[in-house]
Design a protein. Structure first.
Length: 83
């Protein structure tokens, strides 16, 4: 596993009322959600980045208004047509 290091100003931690560890975990989850939303990571890899099971990851997507379905409008229309 690789490590990525970022610097967080102390004021940000105080403002968010979070420890460095809890902010690190939240940032990984938020990054995983956004990378999944952008189609850059599969749900399985995004779940791995978020340190969650795939089911847990898919369940939290709704909190961030992210659809678990990565279909374009054309793909969705085709699925409806095929149903």
């Amino acid at each position: 596993m690789s490590t990525v290091e970022i610097t967080i100003p102390e004021e940000v931690l105080i403002s968010l009322k979070q420890s460095p560890e809890s902010l690190s975990q939240e940032l990984c989850r938020l990054a995983a959600i956004k990378l999944f939303e952008l189609g850059r990571l599969s749900s399985g890899l995004a779940a791995q980045l978020a340190d969650l099971s795939r089911v847990e990851f898919l369940n939290i997507l709704g909190r961030y208004q992210v659809s678990p379905f990565n279909l374009s409008l054309e793909e969705l229309a085709q699925d409806v047509h095929n149903a």
